[in-house]
Design a protein around this ligand. Sequence first.
Ligand code: SF4
Length: 743
Amino acid sequence: MKENDFNRRDFLKVLGWGGTAVALSGCGNTSIQDGQEIVTSYVTLPSYVIPSIANYFNSTCAQCDAGCNIMGRVREGRVLKAEGNPNSPINRGKMCGLGQSGVQAHYNPDRIRQPLLKGQAVTWEAALGAINDKLNGVKGEQVAFLTGGMSGHVQALFGNYMDALGSKNHFSYEAISPAVLRVANKKAYGMAMPRYRIDKARVVVSFGADFLGAWVSPVNFAQQYAQFRKGTRPEGRGVLVQVEPKMTLTGANADSWIGIRPGTEGMLALGVINALGSAGIKLPADIAAAVKDYTPERVGVNTGVPFERINKLATLLKERSPSLVLAGDAAEGYVNGSQNALAIAMLNHVLGNVGKTVEAAASVPFPQIAPTVGSRSSLNKLNDGLAAGKYKVVFSYGANPVFSAPAAMKFKDNFVKADFKVAFAQYLDETAQAADLVLPLDSAMEDWGTVVPEYMAAPEGSDADTYAQMSFRQPLMQKLYPDTRGVGDILLALLKQRKADEYKDFEDFYSYLHNAVLKNKVALGGKTTDDDDIFWDETLSKGIVPLKGVAGSVSAKMSAADLKLSPATGTDTNYPLRLIPAVSASMRDGRNANEPWLQESPDPLTTVVWDSWVEIHPKTAAKLGIAEGDIVEVASKSGSIKSQAYLFPGIHPDAVSVPVGYGHEGMGRYAKGVGANVFSILDPVFEQETGELALNETNVKISKTGQRVIIVKEEGPLGGSQDGRPKIAVQVQADKVDLSKEV
Ligand code: SF4
């Protein structure tokens, strides 16, 4: 790449360092050829390969967006397992079960192995040619690109491709995300994602934040939680109180679990502020006036939490400072979700926690690679455009809205209206099935990339205010299938169709990334005089690049104006129960449902495997004459599903819960037909300020179908026996793998 081929600003943008002042190092000395490696036969083994002894290569987990740093254990050229990278400030050497199952995503027998055009296998030349043809004569505004959350150099290339197309129609979608919280946090603290210091708190009160399960950066929080629980800390052992209508994994670990009436979390927060004032905490005058009517007695009636408990909670918070109060999925999933989150954030303000246990996080100095987070309101906009016939060519990468959009949105009907739909996919999930062209992706263990996490943890002893990091993802082994491609390689090929001159010297994404890193050695912690090869090798070897981030600050002020609270919506007589779609630590939004370890690993609370279930409070079940194992129909105004009833006291009697992620109609043999898709029956009710789908605002009724099963689960009166195993055996038999067809 010759820098003087086009101007410096374009050059920085091409390499992902645009939009900021960057001291380029080594300009003019780094050739594309430096980005090529010598491939040697395994007959002559590299010196570091000793048969039967594993090597470890650092990379980044791709199973969720937390961006944990991992080490791939590789033996005889095959990756066998992933471990946490002990030098990672995010996960500090640990991983979660979902991360562990990344190996199964890589070796999965249902991966797509060739480009598919209208269901027929075609060459890459034909696939890319079809995209070029379809884009011919199409204006930029008629092209839309749907992605999940993104960051790093793939995102930089993606942005450049959108510019090359002349399209601003990027829709970033996450089916489950703290989208409402981000907006509320910006108002409450001045930043969307501050650093939460569970480890520094003496008491944590979490309003439905399942930080040990599936919330934001769970492995980081689990590490902090381990510190929090140590009696040997100077602050003593921390106390955890969890407030939520349906018990989560975090709730199950809490010292005290408060089952609250759905949608009244904000009201409880105001009641606790009121009680804190009565207990002697000095409240600003405007806040005191705003909460004066939220007496514990009145709040107790509305929330279902006895007033004595509200007063006790206030005393606990007063006596154990610093504390930390969190607002999670359960609090934000309502029409008044933003207000709930703000009322909960106000507790941190009046308790003086902001700046102590709610700390400022740094932002990344390179906007092109900084994380783009997704929301459901973004999907609504795409859906409206599709319904209006605005888009002729639509791309999709890292999102599966045909599965996760409520049926009432009619997303699939609108998606198929576009002339040409292209899905970048590893499996034939529901969105890929509805596409005209499917581009098969490398697994994360075969691909190159960089990742910048949204939740920016900082290492102990660092200048935390300015610490930011970029992580590397590198292939842990050779590709399993020759005709899959990395997303960066595909974007590069598409860019070459539009801007051949600017990208012609990058043979592949690897050479692009290699150049990008070496051109910016100084900002990545090196010196201009560092040898390029040594710098590259050392950077990859560490897998984590600390960046000098832009210091943020948390604002310590909120006013009473932030405390408007509309009343929680009620149920109606036809649909008397509130539906809580539950997000589990392993299944999350269902993108990993085709990994059998995840299907087989028991849900931590119910211990159910290989199926979904309907959680019902025993009192509610008794009223409806429902027993465990009854197949019940859960019906909303938008549709109905059937699943097995599971009686569970850890849910409010006015609510029922069904886990999300099950009920796929495609994706592969382990996901298809397992359980029911609760997303499909959600009513299109939206959070009033952000336009996010209010996940907990669907009311349902439940009826028995007359069918009954033995629930396949680990727990029970037999003390965790293998009771129910035959059902699993039948399932596996029905999905027998034809090994002769395996590569
Ligand atoms: S939380 Fe788990 S799945 Fe997510 S990045 Fe970390 S190890 Fe991977």
